[in-house]
Design a protein around this ligand. Structure first.
Ligand code: G3P
Length: 217
């Protein structure tokens, strides 16, 4: 499973990237707002750190304007994935931009039918939002499973990018289903390393080591 980090926070990206944990980055207008940075400037900086796809989202609503914004964003760096919303205009823009050889991440996906359309429009990535479905008492993980089954049934190459991941269990479940990629905030990725029994075991080992009176170095 590829790990994308869902943030425009450059120090956090750098930190995880140094550990080899970052296969790509996803941003959106809310994350750009949170960063307090200019979209072009911060995206260029991220593309200079991370080798994999860096999603940058358009804000236009009409296909031609989306295409123009997408082309502009794609000029930032060769590893830009233009992020388009799952609307009819977004699908039209997806078809055009992927036809030009650009990577496209179709976002705000909340149904299997939407994911089917994105694949037919040639999307490189589909981003189903798990957490936001769970928020309204629907089953976000079932959507990942449904899309996996449909894409496998027909051999679609669009990668399933499990998004709106809020918990470490979301990561496990999405990996078990076979999502190609997951994108999560840096704090969720860091939490993947935590286990109370690891902490407890380490505490015991260190206490016993003290008693031996030995040193390794
Ligand atoms: O990648 C999409 C993600 O940023 C949405 O997450 O937590 O705002 O639903 P969230």
């Amino acid at each position: 499973m590829k790990f994308f980090v869902d943030t425009a926070d450059v120090p956090a990206i750098r930190d995880l990237n140094d550990l080899g944990m970052v296969d790509g980055v996803t941003t959106n207008p809310s994350l750009i707002l949170k960063s307090g940075r200019d979209i072009i400037e911060v995206t260029r900086e991220i593309c200079g750190i991370v080798e994999g796809p860096v999603s940058a989202e358009v804000v236009a609503l009409e296909a031609d304007a989306m295409i123009a914004e997408g082309r502009h964003l794609a000029e930032i760096a060769p590893n830009i994935a233009v992020k388009l919303p799952l609307t009819w205009d977004g699908l039209k823009a997806c078809k055009v931009l992927t036809g030009e050889g650009k990577m496209v991440n179709v976002t705000l996906c909340f149904s299997a039918n939407q994911a089917l359309l994105a694949a037919k429009a040639g999307a490189s990535f589909i981003s189903p939002f798990i957490g936001r479905l769970d928020d309204i008492n629907l089953d976000g993980m079932q959507l990942i499973a449904d899309i996996r089954q449909i894409y496998d049934n027909y051999g679609f190459e669009t990668e399933i990018l499990a998004a709106s991941i809020r918990t470490v269990n979301h990561v496990t479940e999405a990996a078990k289903i076979g999502a190609d990629v997951m994108t999560a905030p840096p704090e969720v990725i860091r939490k993947l390393a935590s286990h109370p029994l690891t902490d407890k075991g380490l505490e015991t080992f260190l206490a016993d080591w003290q008693k031996t009176g030995q040193k390794i170095l």
